[in-house]
Write a protein that binds this ligand. Structure first.
Ligand SMILES: C[S@@+](CC[C@H](N)C(=O)[O-])C[C@H]1O[C@@H](n2cnc3c(N)ncnc32)[C@H](O)[C@@H]1O
Length: 249
């Protein structure tokens, strides 16, 4: 049966305690350290101020770690992804979310940490706002890499290179930058069936719930105690849902 563990703490601190070669994939959605048109705006505003539009119908908590400048972000993400590289098994995949501003620096951090960069999967958001005088920014991006040669014999999948899904709404929305369940269930297919997925920026646990729902195990880390509790709640409910044996079987 798939298992899960949530650590509440700083990603770099906790990652150092995890065993080498113990994860089959790393799938993560770091604080983008993006938003704003100038460096000053990016480093002075909060995550909520940058990523939640004024008409959003929720008052979910803010999170820390989103005010690094470009050089700081590159250095820090490189350290985190370097630890993920150590913890991943040979041939294991890495997926990292980013937006259009941080795409170049994220690909640099991935490669500086030792991963082999393999491609980009755009995540299309059907309900993005129009941009007056320009193009609608309706995509975020998932960068795909591997620890050396891809082990296609272990996971012989053929996955779509463009995914479309809307962010959860109403009571299903538990985090300000929560990723859609259907998107995460598509992405976790990159991990061999029955494998263990590591997410050092778990937020509300979307990677973990997709892992459990598809028969994979999960190790998550989250700095915010409030969001770590949300992740634990969602993971517990998902595990209950997927271990219930219907009556009569
Ligand atoms: C973009 S959000 C992840 C959202 C998640 N994918 C979801 O669907 O809920 C990034 C998360 O990283 C957390 N975070 C920020 N700095 C961190 C750190 N140093 N260590 C661990 N988590 C951190 C934030 O609290 C935030 O919840």
């Amino acid at each position: 049966m798939p298992t899960w563990t949530m650590h509440c703490g700083d990603a770099l601190t906790v990652l150092h305690t995890l065993p080498t070669n113990s994860a089959d994939a790393a799938i993560t959605d770091p604080p983008y350290n993006s938003g704003g048109l100038t460096a000053a705006q990016r480093t002075s505003d909060t995550a909520r101020g940058k990523y939640v539009s004024g008409d959003a119908q929720h008052q979910l908590p803010d999170f820390d770690g989103d005010s690094r400048d470009q050089r700081g972000y590159l250095a820090w993400l490189n350290l985190v992804l370097g630890q993920c590289y150590r913890i991943a098994r040979a041939g294991g995949p890495l997926l990292v979310f980013t937006d259009w501003r941080q795409l170049p620096i994220t690909s640099d951090a991935i490669q500086a940490a030792g991963w082999t960069w393999r491609g980009i999967v755009p995540w299309h958001k059907p309900i993005a706002r129009p941009a007056r005088g320009g193009f609608r920014r309706s995509c975020e991006y998932v960068l795909w890499a591997s620890k050396g040669r891809v082990d296609a014999d272990r996971n012989p999948v053929y996955l779509d290179g463009l995914l479309s899904a809307s962010q959860p709404r109403g009571t299903k929305r538990r985090h300000i930058t929560q990723k859609p369940d259907e998107l995460m269930r598509d992405l976790v297919q990159i991990c061999p069936p029955g494998g263990t997925i590591l997410d050092p920026f778990a937020g509300s646990g979307s990677t973990g719930t997709a892992a459990l729902a598809t028969g994979r195990s999960f190790v998550g880390i989250e700095l915010s105690a409030r969001y770590a509790a949300v992740a634990e709640d969602r993971l517990r409910l998902t595990q209950e849902d997927f271990t219930l044996v219907p009556e009569g079987e």
